[in-house]
Write a protein that binds this ligand. Structure first.
Ligand code: DC
Length: 227
């Protein structure tokens, strides 16, 4: 069976991560969370006390960083220079600074080169903001996930509650809107649907419905390629 490349893009909290992870599990593919890569670099900048707005210092600090995904017992860990940072990269400080770090061209070039290397043999589900437009414009299947802002804030609030954190609903809406605006309006690889991307509105879908939609599309494509 041909191993294809699936690109999943979309705004913050649109459900990309869970959907990409489960899609990859169903197809027995590798899941690459590219947002986690930018988050890991951001953590390094915070730990080194570097001003996120100082592009030159940011680049010098991250240029030799090694980011790896380690999969064990169905759990994927994010390693930064060999250290497990899976949980820390989701904290508020990283979330606030990541848009600045991911807006720099030289930073993106480094990450995109790594992401492309992960695609060479196919069998990959990549999720992010620029996967279908920049990282793998020739991906076999491109999905652009969207959901209403209220639904996205609700999901983020539930996710935080599961980790024992409370968050004000209006603040969450503000944070998500701000991050979307930064990601969509930046010069370098802004968040944008690829011309041949398929819109998947998840506002009223369950996770299983989202995953089934993508897996079925993928199987149709694989069948066509194999025949
Ligand atoms: O998907 P996420 O929220 O974990 O992504 C974190 C940030 O990284 C997000 O604000 C935008 C940026 N990002 C990006 O610029 N390009 C990607 N391919 C993935 C994420």
């Amino acid at each position: 069976m041909k191993q294809i490349v699936i690109a999943i893009d979309g705004p913050a909290a649109s459900g990309k991560s869970t959907t990409a992870k489960l899609t990859a599990e169903k197809l027995n593919y590798i899941h690459v969370d590219t947002g986690a890569m930018y988050r890991a670099l951001t953590l390094k900048i915070i730990k080194d006390n570097i001003d996120p707005e100082d592009e030159k210092s940011v680049y010098n600090a991250i240029r030799d960083c090694k980011i790896e995904f380690e999969r064990k017992n169905r759990v994927t860990k994010v390693l930064l220079n060999g250290k497990d940072v899976t949980e820390t990269i989701r904290n508020k400080e990283v979330t606030s600074a990541v848009s600045a770090i991911s807006s720099y061209k030289r930073v993106r070039d480094l990450m995109v080169a790594q992401q492309r290397r992960m695609c060479t043999d196919g069998g990959v589900v990549l999720e992010g903001r620029d996967i279908g437009t920049v990282v793998v414009p020739n991906a076999d299947l491109k999905i652009f996930m969207i959901a209403s802002i209220e639904e996205r804030a609700k999901r983020r609030q539930k996710e935080l509650a599961e980790k024992g954190t409370t968050a004000d609903f209006a603040d969450l809406i503000k944070d998500i809107n701000e991050r979307d605006a930064k990601d969509s309006n930046r010069t370098e690889s802004p968040l944008k649907k690829a011309d041949d991307g398929i819109i998947l509105d998840t506002s009223n879908l369950t996770i299983n419905q989202q995953v089934d939609f993508i897996v079925n599309k993928a199987l149709e494509i694989i069948k066509k390629i194999d025949s």
